[in-house]
Design a protein around this ligand. Structure first.
Ligand code: SF4
Length: 224
């Protein structure tokens, strides 16, 4: 039943926001660092911080051996720069110790489960970051769940109200059809829907494509 609801949701999202395409490409390590930089900031700030980091250092080896302060300076536009700099340095160190190089291309060949296990074993890499690397760079069928997706999925009762982010990855991952195009549509279009219509504080239920199937919207009498 909920799978049917999920199919309906994806179809409505496609009609409203279109079918997104995989465009641009980062290798898995660049994607990982980019996703870490995106934590708690806008995409624009994160993008600027990533470009500045790439300009400031010759390669990841040089980043790994640099002072944390120098890395933090390079990524300051992304916010939380000291914490992110330490996180990046530590991740690079562990990757080199375990793999003997600064390269994560092996993740593309690994089975999804193994690749995911490796990524979340790195300190500071949670299920959303791991799923972003695996979906966007390795093109594997796995759903990253952000706060917009979590909030809307609860309102739509796709998942229970008390579900945390880690559990939401598991539950929604089972509901979304198992192909990367549908997963990409659900991920990208739900985030757009969260920004435009189903906002955290102010919902625009009357203008919402889900108004006929959303229990939360009905409980609000679609009055907002
Ligand atoms: S009907 Fe309202 S609460 Fe439900 S998804 Fe739409 S905007 Fe969000």
């Amino acid at each position: 039943m909920t799978t049917k609801k999920m199919q309906k949701i994806i179809s409505l999202l496609e009609k409203e926001y279109g079918i997104p395409r995989f465009d641009g490409y980062h290798n898995p390590l660049d994607e990982l660092i980019l996703t870490i930089l995106s934590q708690n900031t806008s995409w624009q700030n994160c993008s600027r911080a990533f470009d500045s980091l790439k300009r400031s250092f010759k390669d990841w080896k040089q980043v790994a051996s640099a002072d944390t302060g120098k890395i933090a300076q390079a990524i300051k536009t992304g916010g939380l720069s000291r914490i992110k700099a330490e996180r990046i340095k530590n991740i690079l160190k562990v990757i080199y110790e375990e793999r003997g190089s600064y390269c994560l291309e092996f993740l593309k060949k690994d089975k999804l489960k193994e690749a995911h296990k490796f990524l979340i074993s790195l300190k500071g890499v949670g299920p959303k970051t791991a799923a972003c690397v695996l979906l966007f760079s390795c093109r594997k069928p796995i759903l990253p769940v952000d706060t917009h997706i979590l909030r809307i999925s609860k309102r739509l009762e796709l998942i229970p109200k008390d579900t945390d982010l880690a559990k939401a990855h598991e539950l929604l991952g089972r509901l979304v059809p198992d192909d990367k195009e549908n997963i990409l549509t659900f991920h990208v279009d739900m985030i757009e829907h969260g920004r435009m219509i189903c906002k955290s504080r102010k919902t625009r239920c009357r203008n919402c494509i889900f108004k006929l199937l959303c229990p939360y919207g009905h409980s609000q009498k679609l009055s907002k």
